[in-house]
Design a protein around this ligand. Structure first.
Ligand code: MOS
Length: 746
């Protein structure tokens, strides 16, 4: 009898108990002997320079070990380059490193670090530092920057060209029977993982250990090493538990380097934990932006042209924009396209990755405009999208590695009950509430890593296994699904498998980001475990005392911890019997995985369709999202429970993007208006509607060995547009800004 596969089972989280009981140790929970506490002091002006720092009183305050400013902090060994994050190379969040001189570029820029024997004493001393500034006028708003905007050569850490074209967009617009031209604006967004960023740094001679909240221990290791002038082998990074990230822990920011410098200075371990307020000024953000879309289409609704321009502020040092145009440029079959990013330098730190970085904002603009087009032409919104379905990747002409998009539209529409929708705005009511139904397409690229990904699998003679890979599980469920992957490859039950990660001493995984974690980590883990199984089978076959002696490897199957001939389960032996007989306590194998070169011949994207029902109070402007349905085709589903959690989290984030999440610069003071969860709103359970998720499994033989396309971010893509389209359907009002607030609907 063959046991059921572990992959595809709704396994509960292996770390759930640790998390709910408080046993999980996060990076600020590492209470090392002699630990000191560091507090970061941020600039209170957005631009200018420090003219005087007086630390006399703070120095004399109780328990203070050191006060570090640009006047006494050792200089870093190298300026951080801004480099692609998917390669295992230094990956700082910005190319500027603070505390090197007196110049201030943005509000909250670190200007001092106080180290004391307790957190409270460090906080108290920090309040005693006196700093005088000479302030220069900040640049904060789109209006201030518009006339100084430039077209960058590349954005997003050099990943993405600043301009992309195909066909002839002007000719396409001339050909069109109908045109829609619309401009969208977006508030800035901040990451609010439940765990703020934190580092505990400890030196042992010239060796540094960092406990750091990160999506990539490899990135922290190489970045910190480069900035301190050490070889990476001198730096170990441990990240066993991470309380969420959403992109703000994908890059390495200044705080782990500062914690290491402080620990070296005071000759004891130092913990540096950012405050919630500092999370708004220290780890990047999603930039405020404006997008303009011009669509041309035939009378039947076939796109003839798409022009998509974006304007956004970046830091004084880096050409950063999230790639808002990427998915929107290739989700439909449109022959003529022009996408252009424009940037201007502002008094801000470098923006960064935030869940569905670019896709979430770009698809809001495109999918709102598509809804306009559907309305204008009197074509059902789902039908309009089907008419523009891209059979191939329109940017390259390559076939998709897999799609499933048409089924997403169909199954999502069925589950939602789309056919009950009267296309006429304001036609559905529930008492005094106006009810609306909207939909949008979702898409998210499948990213393949640049460097080989590695994992190690070990089987013990007692039949248990451990699989190791450097990646932390930052809340996605990676540790859980990897036990399922290793279980199936070895033919043992997942309860007998354990995942160990979050440590640079383990085999290298670049990082968990870009929705690529499950795909690339499972590829390495599957390869390692398959190599281990093959090795065990080979050992049995070579052993004259094994019942499998001399068998052809291809005839041996593994199940329930036992190797046996296919179709003849009585002829075989358990792993334990083999290992015990050979006096082997354990055996192990490494797996190395790189994407197949053929992958370059395919377009790789995860597809989905979003549906939302809203109710709008016409007198009060309140919007209530009543129901969301998302249908997604993420390739192979390793674990439906963790997959649904990811997708639901993304969809609810889309609700937050649509209605709640916003930060704005105060143009006079050059600082963010919101700096706490009291004034930066994220959805809570009371905001959450019923969320239904349809999983459409499509086979994908290209992306990775298990055909996993990723679910971390696509749940958010299109969700805000579906809600805004539902608001339009409910009220007849098209709101072209995010978030949609009460004032917009009054
Ligand atoms: Mo994700 S925004 O790629 O960490």
């Amino acid at each position: 009898m063959t046991s059921a596969l572990a992959i595809g089972a709704p396994a509960v989280r292996v770390d759930g108990r640790h998390k709910v009981t408080g046993a999980a140790r996060y990076s600020a929970d590492v209470h090392l002997e002699g630990l000191a506490y560091a507090v970061l002091v941020g600039a209170r002006v957005p631009s200018g320079r420090i003219t005087r720092i007086d630390t006399t009183e703070a120095q004399e305050s109780w328990g203070v070990h050191a006060i570090l400013t640009h006047q006494n902090l050792p200089k870093i060994a190298a300026q951080p380059p801004l480099l692609p994050v998917l390669a295992v190379v230094p990956t700082p969040g910005q190319s500027f490193f603070p505390l090197q001189d007196e110049v201030i570029h943005y509000f909250g820029q670190p200007v001092a670090l106080v180290v004391a024997d307790t957190l409270e004493r460090a906080q108290h001393a920090a309040a005693l530092i006196r700093i005088d500034y000479e302030q220069s006028p900040p640049v904060t708003t789109l209006e201030q920057g518009r006339d100084h905007a430039y077209e960058p050569e590349a954005i997003f850490g050099g990943f993405i060209p600043g301009r992309d074209e195909r066909g002839d967009v002007n000719a396409g617009l001339v050909q069109a029977d109908v045109r829609v031209d619309a401009t969208y604006t977006y508030a800035a967004n901040n990451h609010n993982p439940i765990e703020p960023s934190a580092t505990t740094a400890a030196w042992d001679g010239d060796r540094l250990t960092l406990y750091d909240a990160t999506q990539s221990v490899a990135s922290v290791q190489v970045t910190v090493a480069a900035l301190l002038g050490l070889t990476p082998s001198k730096v170990r990074v441990i990240s066993h538990f991470v309380g969420g990230s959403f992109g703000c822990k994908a890059s390495t920011w200044a705080h782990p380097v500062l914690a290491a410098l402080a620990a070296r200075q005071v000759r004891r371990p130092v913990e540096l934990c950012l405050t919630r307020e500092q999370m708004f000024t220290s780890v990047g953000h999603r930039e405020e932006q404006e997008q303009r879309i011009t669509l041309g289409a035939t009378g039947e609704g076939r796109l003839t042209a798409l022009r998509h321009h974006k304007l956004s502020p970046t830091s004084p040092f880096d050409d950063w924009a999230e790639p808002s145009l990427g998915v929107a440029s290739r989700i439909y079959a449109c022959p003529n396209y022009e996408g252009v990013y424009r940037l201007f330098r502002a008094s801000t730190m470098t923006p960064t990755f935030m869940r569905a970085p670019g896709e979430a904002t770009g698809m809001f603009a495109l999918e709102s405009t598509m809804d306009d087009l559907a309305h204008q032409l009197g074509i059902d919104p789902v039908e309009l999208r089907l008419r523009n379905y891209a059979d191939i990747d329109p940017t390259t002409g390559n076939p998709w590695s897999s799609s499933g998009l048409k089924e997403c539209y169909q199954r999502g529409a069925e589950r939602f009950g789309w056919q009950r929708r009267n296309p006429e705005p304001r036609s559905h009511r529930d008492g005094r509430w106006l009810v609306g139904y909207g939909m949008a397409t979702a898409g998210y690229l499948v990213f393949e890593p640049v460097n080989p990904q590695r994992a190690r699998a070990r089987l013990y003679a007692d039949g248990t296994a451990v699989v190791q890979a450097a990646t932390p599980d930052f809340g996605t469920g990676v540790a859980t699904v990897m036990t399922q992957v290793v279980a199936d490859a070895l033919g043992i039950s997942p309860e007998r498998c354990r995942f160990e990660g979050g440590d640079t001493t383990l085999p290298t995984i670049a990082l968990a980001a870009a929705s690529a974690g499950a795909g690339m980590i499972s590829a390495a883990v599957h390869t390692a475990a398959t190599n281990l199984r093959d090795q065990l089978v080979a050992r049995a076959i070579a052993d004259p005392r094994s019942p499998l002696h001399g068998a052809a490897p291809s005839t041996v199957v593994v199940d329930d911890g036992r190797m046996a001939l296919r179709g003849r389960p009585e002829t075989g032996e358990s792993y334990g019997e083999l290992l015990d007989r050979k006096f082997l306590p354990d055996v192990e194998a490494v797996g190395v995985w790189s994407p197949a070169p053929e992958a370059a011949e395919y377009g790789m994207m995860t597809f989905g369709a979003q549906f939302a029902e809203v109710a709008v109070d016409p007198d009060l402007g309140l919007v209530r999202v009543r129901h969301m349905v998302g249908a997604f085709a993420p390739g192979r589903v390793l674990n439906p429970l963790t997959t649904r959690s990811q997708l639901m989290g993304g969809m609810l984030w889309g609700l937050g993007q649509a209605l709640l999440e916003a930060n704005y610069m105060d143009p006079r003071r050059g600082r963010w208006v919101a700096s706490s969860l009291g004034d930066y709103l994220v959805p809570v359970n009371a905001d959450a509607p019923e969320v239904d998720i349809e999983l459409i499994e499509v086979e994908d033989k290209v992306v990775n060995p298990l055909g996993v396309k990723g679910v971390g971010e696509i749940g958010q893509v299109g969700a805000a547009a579906a809600i805004a389209n539902a608001v339009h359907h409910a009220t007849g009002r098209r709101i072209r800004k995010l978030p949609i607030t009460i004032e917009d609907l009054l």
